[in-house]
Design a protein around this ligand. Structure first.
Ligand SMILES: [Zn+2]
Length: 731
């Protein structure tokens, strides 16, 4: 939540920065959202709705953590003034790899787009990236590659197998797109800004569709190819060279090249002016990280044995586009304490602070006092964190959890050993085989665990897993984790007058509301509300964020798991009709039967008759009334169907200004473009899908499931799970 608050602050700042110099400029709306907030893999996204309508283009950096130019360029581009069209900017697509300053952590994320994988955090990020891309009519990927691409062999550093200083496309033409023409005309302008002859950018066509292309196998798993082949939108990568030493030069030219490409895609921006030395300073800026209120400044830090470590990351890492901060304890490499709680149950040497993967300080840790003694005689007690709350589980005990929960096994109370605790069915570090899962974030998603370790639970829907103590020399012990499916019963909304409106959740149904402004204030469900993410049309809703329901504009409300982005179903919000008004006639606001097969009359909006403008929600009675109505309508498959719904299946997740993708049909683009980042009062995504489908190629029908479709395509044979962390240094 702290992050969201800071977000609001930075949004205001942004608004001020953008609006002041622009003076009379029409609302250029900027908003940010952090997906997977509170996990080890937060994904910040900036949406900018331009001053004039135009297509929506997505820009992404940081998919591979050892390419800082890409994420710094994207960060700067996220602060652009957008004159025409809209931007979706993902500055740091793969935060854990940036912290590690490595190309990849589990797998190369840019090889995870040939199908819908569900194994690693990278796959969850890829889900959101596909979701964002489906709203875009072109895609620009920012990279940093080795050497200098040249179609002729010139030298070991300058030849056809190098990647730097190129604009990469997967095909010269595809369907009705003439990518080579687009890039070539942009290159004239881009290279006009490059004084050095040997640093000019070149067009690099990897011919990914052609079986004889040496790049085909790898590139068919990449994001640009996914965008081109599956969404039929222009996609290109701007690749600067790792062999250019000056970061500032690279960022400046990558920002410029991207703004020129954007123009050729119908989006006009004015990036902020940043000179090379400022960029270098931005990269090296220090940040004040505190642990338990004490600054990490290189001085030794006293840690109470068994105490909790609380990290305040300081000024960075608080918004959707800025630099990211990590604090690593020396015994748990890669586990960022900023997002993960920890108790000091075992001694460790030091803490390292990193900003965007660059080490800024190392702090020696001094344990002040003795570790708490082991419990006399009793069975071992395990210490875990479930969704950020500390819980203790005895040997033989059961920890109850829900799909999507975040679990961290922190250690054994009072242990004198170097513990090894193994969550059977999950591999924290798939490339090492030591069975150690202690200290790592485990997102409880049985679909991503190894099936043969699933044990029978208390009922057929609940999956049980065993956590065993495999510590050499220590007394064996274990406990169980029961993971039950997430069941959503209802949503609690509040309208503009403060009245509470309870909506029964039934995926596939419709819910009728009086026209007006609402926000979701709670979800009635068997798990914490902050592990659920409501998405209205294409827009993820923050807790309490307002949205409008207007007559004639049905909108799709999707519920997703906040930690995995998996779908929990969707409902259509419609208005209650000319005669129905929530204030006047509570009964009338109940939902009408829908035409959809699943709809029936099970779905209704219930308005609390006694609600007063300032009335505090009475959680219990609300829950009861919803529960009752669930029971009445024989609470059968509704919830289950919802839980099983495919995440990508929802028409609402469909592109906005897709049809305008054609860069050379500018007038087209003008006519059709729709903002993605909706300003609060012009929300109409759900009206979209219909209009949309007409304009789209058959490949991207509103009812298509991108993932299923993708899997069905005879693309590269996806090697399920190559645990090999690193791949050749390119794109
Ligand atoms: Zn790259």
């Amino acid at each position: 939540m702290a992050r969201l608050t800071h977000w609001a602050t930075s949004l205001l700042l942004f608004a001020a920065i953008i609006l002041l110099p622009a003076g009379r400029c029409l609302a250029s709306a900027r908003s940010g959202f952090v997906f997977f907030e509170g996990t080890q893999y937060p994904l910040g996204v900036v949406f900018i709705q331009g001053e004039a309508p135009g297509p929506t283009v997505m820009i992404q950096g940081g998919i591979q953590g050892d390419e800082p130019t890409g994420f710094l360029s994207a960060q700067i581009l996220a602060e652009s003034r957008v004159l025409k069209g809209n931007l979706i900017v993902v500055p740091r697509a793969n935060v854990p790899s940036i912290h590690a300053h490595q190309r990849s952590v589990n797998v190369d994320m840019n090889r995870r787009f040939d199908r819908d994988y569900n194994q690693f955090y990278e796959d969850r990020l890829a889900r959101v990236v596909r979701f964002l891309l489906s709203q875009s009519s072109a895609f620009i990927h920012l990279h940093e590659g080795s050497g200098f691409y040249d179609p002729e062999y010139v030298s070991p550093l300058r030849n056809p197998s190098r990647w730097g200083q190129s604009i990469i496309i997967d095909a010269n033409t595809h369907e009705r797109l003439d990518l080579a023409r687009l890039v070539n005309s942009a290159l004239v302008e881009i290279n006009g800004g490059v004084k050095e002859q040997d640093l000019k950018f070149k067009l690099f066509n990897t011919r990914t569709f052609e079986p004889d292309s040496q790049y085909a196998k790898e590139m068919r798993k990449s994001l640009t190819f996914y965008a081109l082949a599956n969404l039929n939108i222009p996609a290109m990568a701007v690749e600067v060279s790792k062999n250019i030493g000056e970061l500032g030069w690279k960022v400046k030219h990558q920002v410029y090249a991207t703004s020129v490409l954007l123009k050729h895609c119908g989006v006009e921006i004015v990036p902020p002016h940043v000179d090379a030395s400022e960029i270098q300073r931005l990269h090296e800026r220090d940040h004040r990280v505190k642990i338990n209120g004490k600054p990490l400044d290189g001085q030794a830090l006293a840690v109470p044995p068994g105490g909790t470590l609380k990290v305040d990351p300081g000024s960075a890492g608080k918004d959707a586009h800025g630099q990211v901060v990590a604090v690593f304890a020396s015994d748990r490499q890669g586990v960022n304490l900023v997002d993960t709680p920890r108790m000091a149950l075992e001694r460790f040497q030091e803490l390292e602070t990193r900003v965007d993967g660059r080490k800024v300080s190392t702090t020696t840790v001094r344990f002040a006092g003795e570790m708490p003694p082991p419990l006399p005689d009793g069975p071992p007690v395990f210490v875990c964190w479930l969704n950020g709350k500390a819980v203790q589980v005895k040997h033989g005990g059961v920890l109850k959890a829900v799909v999507g929960d975040q679990l961290l096994i922190d250690g054994v109370l009072g242990s004198k050993w170097k513990e090894v605790l193994n969550f059977k069915g999950y591999a924290a570090r798939p490339w090492s085989n030591d069975g150690q899962d202690m200290g790592y974030e485990i997102i409880l998603d049985p679909e991503s665990f190894i099936d043969r370790y699933r044990l029978p639970g208390p009922d057929k829907d609940t999956a049980r897993y065993q956590v065993t103590r495999e510590t050499a020399g220590a007394r064996p012990a274990s406990f169980f984790v029961d993971v039950e499916p997430r069941h959503v019963q209802g949503l609690k909304l509040v309208d503009a007058k403060g009245q509470h409106v309870n909506v029964r959740w039934g995926s596939g149904g419709e819910v009728a509301l009086a026209p007006g402004e609402y926000s979701v204030i709670d979800v009635l469900s068997n798990g914490p509300v902050n592990r659920l993410l409501p998405v209205l049309g294409n827009r993820p809703l923050k807790t309490g964020e307002k949205f409008r329901v207007e007559s004639g504009k049905p909108q799709m409300l999707t519920l997703r798991q906040a930690t995995t982005f998996a779908g929990l179903g969707a409902m259509t919000l419609v208005t209650a009709g000319a005669h129905g008004s929530a204030e006047k006639d509570h009964d009338r606001s109940t939902a009408r039967p829908t035409a959809k097969p699943e709809g029936k009359s099970e779905f209704r909006a219930e308005v609390k008759a006694d609600a007063k403008p300032d009335a505090k929600p009475d959680a219990k009675s609300d829950a009861k009334s919803v529960a009752k109505s669930v029971a009445k309508s024989k609470a059968k498959p509704v919830v289950k169907t919802a839980a099983k719904a495919k995440p990508q299946a929802k028409p609402a997740a469909k592109p906005l200004a897709k049809a305008d993708a054609k860069p050379d049909s500018k007038s087209d683009a003008k006519a059709k473009a729709k903002p993605v980042a909706k300003a609060k009062d012009n929300l109409k995504p759900a009206a979209k899908p219909l209009a949309k489908a007409d304009h789209k190629s058959s490949d991207a029908k509103a009812d298509a499931k991108p993932d299923a479709k993708l899997a069905a395509k005879p693309l590269a044979t996806a090697k399920r799970l190559s645990a090999n962390p690193d791949r050749p240094d390119h794109f």
